[in-house]
Write a protein that binds this ligand. Structure first.
Ligand code: ADE
Length: 231
C-alpha cells in the first residue's frame, strides 16, 4: 500500500514514517510513504504557497495552484483515476477503527495536509474525495493527523505486523471492547502483585478473566462504546 502525502513539512512525515514498525514495514516493502513538498510545485517566483483571505480575517490561506499541481503530479505517477484524496481537517467526521479498515483496502491513498487558516475551498472541491478529522481539537497542521491515519491503516496491511504483534486481541479488535490489562515480571512491584489467575496456567479461566476485565474497563472508561456492545 502506498501513502502519498501532500505537505509543506515533508521532514515531519519522513521522520516519523521512517521509525519503528512503520519504518520497518516500509523497508520490508509492505507499505510506502511518499511525501511531496507543495512548495516545490509553486509557480510563484518566491515559491509562496499562501495568500491573504478574501473577506479579511486573521491568517493565510493556502493557494489553489501549488496544491493542485502537486495533486496532478501524484495522479500522473499513479496512473489511475479511482484514488481517494483525503483532506485532514478538524471540520469533518472523526476517524475511527472502521474507517481505518475501509481505507486499508486501497492500493494508493493521497493525504492533503493543510496549514495556516486552511486551503482555498475551490481546490478542495476539485480534488478531495473525503474529509477526515482525528479528534475534536485543533492541531497546527494536518501532518500529525496524516501520520495517525498512516499508522493505524498500515497495521492492517498484510505483513506489517508480525504474528506476535497481531491486532486481534487489542482494543477495538473483535468484539469492540477495550484491551484487558497486561502484566510482566516481576511478580511483585511496589507491593502490587500480578493477579494469581494469570499464573494458573488454566487458559480458559485466563480468557474468561480477560474478557471480564475488557467488559469492566469499557463500561467504566467508554460508556459510549459500552452501550453498543452486545454481551
Ligand atoms: N488539522 C488540524 N486539526 C486537525 C484535526 N483535529 N484532525 C485532522 N486534521 C487537523
Amino acid at each position: 500500500m502506498r501513502f502519498h502525502v501532500m505537505t509543506l513539512f515533508p521532514d515531519m512525515i519522513d521522520t516519523v514514517a521512517g521509525t519503528s514498525i512503520i519504518g520497518r514495514a516500509a523497508e520490508g516493502g509492505f507499505i510506502e510513504v511518499i511525501s511531496y513538498n507543495i512548495r516545490d510545485f509553486s509557480l510563484d517566483r518566491h515559491k509562496s504557497t499562501d495568500d491573504y483571505p478574501y473577506g479579511g480575517g486573521a491568517g493565510m490561506v493556502m493557494s489553489c495552484q501549488p496544491v493542485f499541481d502537486t495533486y496532478e503530479y501524484i495522479m500522473g505517477k499513479i496512473g489511475r483515476a479511482d484514488v481517494p484524496c483525503i483532506y485532514l481537517t478538524p471540520a469533518a467526521k472523526v476517524f475511527n477503527q472502521d474507517k481505518a479498515m475501509s481505507l486499508s483496502s486501497y492500493h494508493d491513498l493521497i493525504l492533503l495536509c493543510g496549514h495556516y487558516e486552511g486551503v482555498d475551498e475551490r481546490v478542495l472541491e476539485e480534488i478531495v474525495t473525503d474529509y477526515v478529522s482525528i479528534g475534536d481539537y485543533v492541531l497546527t497542521g494536518g501532518e500529525l493527523a496524516a501520520l495517525v491515519l498512516i499508522d493505524s491503516i498500515s497495521r492492517m496491511v498484510d505483513g506489517v505486523l508480525t504474528n506476535e504483534e497481531s491486532a486481534m486481541d487489542e482494543s477495538f479488535g473483535e468484539g469492540g471492547l477495550l484491551e484487558y490489562p497486561q502484566y510482566t515480571r516481576p511478580y511483585e512491584w511496589r507491593g502490587r502483585k500480578v493477579p494469581d489467575i494469570l499464573l494458573s496456567g488454566h487458559h480458559a479461566n485466563v480468557d474468561a478473566w480477560r474478557h471480564e476485565k475488557s467488559v469492566e474497563r469499557t463500561r467504566e472508561r467508554r460508556p459510549d462504546l459500552f452501550k453498543g456492545f452486545n454481551r
